[in-house]
Design a protein around this ligand. Structure first.
Ligand code: ZN
Length: 333
């Protein structure tokens, strides 16, 4: 996840003027342009860290250590081997992780394509508010199944992760308007339904940006009236093909791409690398989605395509100061 200047994590900005992030120096490119800096933040229980990692590392958050490392740091290989070792014993060494990428202003300005995603998510999801989906064409490939079990007399129902790609939203998006985050222009439900402000619609219309349709969000807290402030973003046009160099899986060390669907719908549970798409046949739209998705169908959760902006679309978003997106450079192969 990249931090887009001024739009998230207040107090941290990225740009040509900033020489370090989290105390780690940027790498300077041959032409003096700051190049992408990738860090992985781990959450590691203190007792695990004390046993196996150098003293003084990270920040104690109260029983859990926050350790932020540049992705080329040799300590990552050590953490990976510890995780495998713990995993073999049915335990986990790392309890959480987050990959962050930071780019210079030039890198973002010169990118041929940008990968974006609304940072904030909210509940209840559309389905909980009456939005209907047709599941008849949804892929039924089962990724994992945890059978029903019992704990202290309580029955825990069976849990199934499956692909689910191909479900079609067949009604307007129904939401509780009181729960849509304010002060951002792009947001999403936990099910990946993208909601934008009326300002986004206005900017797209004024500049003639292509590839998006905006459908009314109907408010369950207001008698199902269409919202004047929020719309659902639907990306239309031919999806682009994700290149297989794009990594996805359950965690940074996952080499088996957990969550991949063999019918090539899903590439994995979480996106782990920058996005690379195949350059051939990219439609000339300002907003695009990939054909292959990430995520899983589990309860309310649904898989989602990756969202991309053309340079022109990105410039428009930036100029209008539309808030709420994280952004990364996407690559063409
Ligand atoms: Zn599938």
């Amino acid at each position: 996840m990249a931090i887009w200047e001024g739009y998230s994590h207040s107090g941290t900005t990225t740009g040509d003027h900033e020489k370090s992030v989290l105390g780690i120096p940027f790498t300077w490119g041959t032409e003096g342009i700051v190049t992408v800096k990738e860090t992985i933040e781990f959450r590691i229980p203190i007792e695990n860290a004390r046993k196996h990692l150098p003293a003084g590392l990270g920040v104690d958050l109260g029983g859990v250590l926050r350790v932020t490392l540049a992705s080329e740091d040799p300590l990552i290989a050590r953490i990976k081997s510890l995780e495998h070792h713990y995993h073999a014993k049915g335990k986990t060494f790392v309890h959480g992780w987050m990959i962050r990428r930071r780019y210079s202003r030039d890198e973002l300005d010169q990118a041929k394509l940008l990968h974006v995603w609304p940072q904030k998510s909210f509940e209840p999801a559309g389905e909980e508010c009456g939005t209907a989906y047709d599941e008849s064409e949804a892929c039924d490939y089962v990724i994992s199944r945890i059978p029903e079990w019992e704990i202290s007399g309580y029955r825990i129902p069976e849990s199934i992760d499956f692909c689910g790609v191909g479900a079609v939203q067949v009604t307007s998006l129904y939401l509780d308007g009181r729960r849509i985050p304010r002060n951002v222009d792009f947001t999403r439900t936990i099910a990946g339904e993208i909601v934008v402000s009326s300002r986004v619609v206005q900017v797209f219309q004024e500049l003639g940006l292509t590839g998006a349709e905006f459908d009314p969000v109907r408010l369950v807290d207001r008698n199902h009236e269409p919202s004047q402030d929020h719309y659902q973003l639907n990306v239309v046009g031919t999806p682009v093909e994700l290149d297989s160099v794009t990594r996805a899986g359950s965690h940074p060390f996952d080499e088996d791409a957990y969550g991949r669907c063999p019918r090539s719908h899903l590439v994995g549970l979480n996106l782990l690398s920058e996005v690379t798409v195949k350059a051939a046949k990219i439609p000339k739209n300002d907003i695009l989605i990939t054909r292959q998705m990430v995520g899983v169908r589990r309860g309310l959760l649904r898989p989602r395509p990756l969202l991309l902006f053309s340079p022109c679309g990105w410039r428009a978003v930036k100029k209008a100061k539309l808030k709420g997106l994280t952004v990364e450079v996407a690559h063409l192969s």
